[in-house]
Design a binder for this molecule. Structure first.
Ligand code: TMP
Ligand code: ASP
Length: 254
């Protein structure tokens, strides 16, 4: 097997090489093609740093499809991503990246830890989208970071930090343009980036109801992992509804 085309003609189990990573929501495997990885989307879910554990039926199926649609769309907008193609129902072929240990969170509306930390009322619209960095470290519970922490800890260069800020804001604009006409308010979301073999920062990971907060534009109903975190019920239905909406063909606004 030499190319992505060869990989796409096989079943995921036939091309699964060494497992490089397994987390709660995803696993990552080598494939026989250099620089191409297989990402598996799982049904397991955790919240509150793993204190709450569970399974969301068919989450892997919904998330693989939702993320494929959103990453493809971002590629069309000119944002380079690791996404190559979807395989079977729960797998993506992705390019190999050297992932940064920094998460980029964008927030348009107060919710979650922002509401808790700074005392905003949930639902308060931010006058300017807030960009935050977090350190990916389970033992430290993914603490908040600023640019000087990133520099001091050598997690990224100054230019890379600027690039993360620029891309975080661009992705926020593009995603809102896509989601708003589909009746989804983008409250906040988390992105992860990695360096390709030439050192260029590329968007990796996933964009799904696990990593974003989506509220119904009309009712404000939560259509994301907060339904699991907060025991709101109808968790699977929310993921299914997000997939239905992002699959809709509607004109872009803005
Ligand atoms: P937070 O309000 O808990 O800080 O989360 C902000 C956004 O980032 C929310 O959309 C969920 C997402 N997120 C992740 O994808 N992974 C994480 O580990 C955390 C803490 C948040
Ligand atoms: N995924 C994280 C955890 O496992 C945080 C979250 O999504 O709430 O705790």
């Amino acid at each position: 097997m030499k190319s992505v085309k060869d990989l796409m003609m096989r079943q995921p189990d036939e091309i699964k090489g060494e497992k490089l990573y397994e987390g709660k929501a995803k696993a990552l495997y080598r494939t026989p093609v250099d620089g191409v990885m297989l990402m598996e989307f799982k049904d397991d879910a955790t919240a509150f740093d793993g204190k709450k554990k569970g399974t969301i039926v068919e989450k892997g199926y919904f998330n693989a499809k939702i993320s494929a649609i959103l990453l493809r769309y971002l590629e069309e907008c000119g944002i380079q991503t690791h996404f190559i193609d979807q395989m079977a129902e729960r797998y993506h072929l992705v390019s190999e990246l050297d992932m940064l240990s920094v998460e980029v969170v964008m927030r348009n509306i107060a919710a979650g830890s922002l509401a808790r930390r700074l005392g905003f009322e949930e639902g308060q619209v931010m006058a300017y989208p807030i960009l935050e960095f977090y350190y990916k470290d389970d033992a430290l519970s993914d603490p908040w970071l600023n640019a000087s922490h990133i520099k001091a800890m050598d997690l990224a260069t100054d230019d890379e930090v600027l690039c993360l800020e620029e891309k975080g804001r661009q992705v926020n604009e593009y995603l809102q343009r896509f989601l708003q006409p589909r009746g989804l308010q983008l409250v906040d979301f988390k992105l992860e980036f990695g360096r390709d073999s030439e050192g260029v920062l590329i968007l990796g990971d996933e964009i799904t109801p696990d990593t974003c907060r989506f509220w119904d534009v009309g009712s404000g109903d939560k259509l994301d992992k907060d339904r699991f975190r907060q025991d709101l019920g109808d968790v699977e239905d929310a993921y299914k509804e997000v997939l239905r909406r992002v699959s809709q063909e509607v004109p872009l606004c803005g």
